[in-house]
Design a protein around this ligand. Structure first.
Ligand SMILES: CC(=O)N[C@@H](Cc1ccccc1Cl)C(=O)N1CCC[C@]12C=C[C@@H]1CC[C@@H](C(=O)N[C@@H]3C(=O)N4[C@@H](C=C[C@H]3C)CC[C@H]4C(=O)O)N1C2=O
Length: 113
């Protein structure tokens, strides 16, 4: 069985550059909105965050497993962040509602792992 999307929101996907202490847009060029999903694989009992640019190229800008015990930080209503083993991800949501929907799905996933 494939993966099913348990939520989709619009956000700018960002990465924290530890060397410069700056947030940089994930993927190439300028910050742009992406459609960000949380996919659930029921057969593998896994969840992951996948985001693709809304622009024509549909570039994948995030493909990040949701790991058991991961800390999800809702820094503000519009900006949430988490650490993976290598880097820190940030999502700048297009609306507070999108932020709330994503957080609900993320907390559901973390609770289900
Ligand atoms: C223990 C731990 O890991 N703590 C992490 C957070 C964390 C806690 C618990 C679990 C996981 C994680 Cl991830 C931590 O504090 N981290 C993770 C890396 C970066 C940061 C460290 C320092 C800076 C200081 C300012 C702050 C920040 O970036 N705030 C945002 C901000 O400046 N911006 C972004 C939007 C809004 C703001 C909210 C959009 C662009 C830019 C801007 O507004 O222009 N920081 C952090 O969040």
């Amino acid at each position: 069985m494939g993966e099913s999307s348990i939520c989709q929101v619009r956000a700018t996907v960002m990465l924290y550059d530890e060397s410069t202490k700056r947030w940089v847009p994930a993927g190439s060029d300028s910050p742009a909105l992406s459609r960000v999903h949380i996919y659930h694989s029921s057969s593998a009992h896994t969840f992951r965050v996948v985001g693709r640019k809304l622009q024509a190229d549909q570039q994948v800008v995030i493909n990040c497993p949701i790991l058991k015990g991961m800390k999800y930080n809702q820094a503000t209503a519009n900006f949430h962040q988490w650490r993976d083993p290598k880097q820190v991800w940030g999502l700048n949501f297009s609306s507070k509602e999108d932020g709330a929907a994503f957080a609900k799905a993320m907390l559901y996933a973390l609770d289900a792992l």
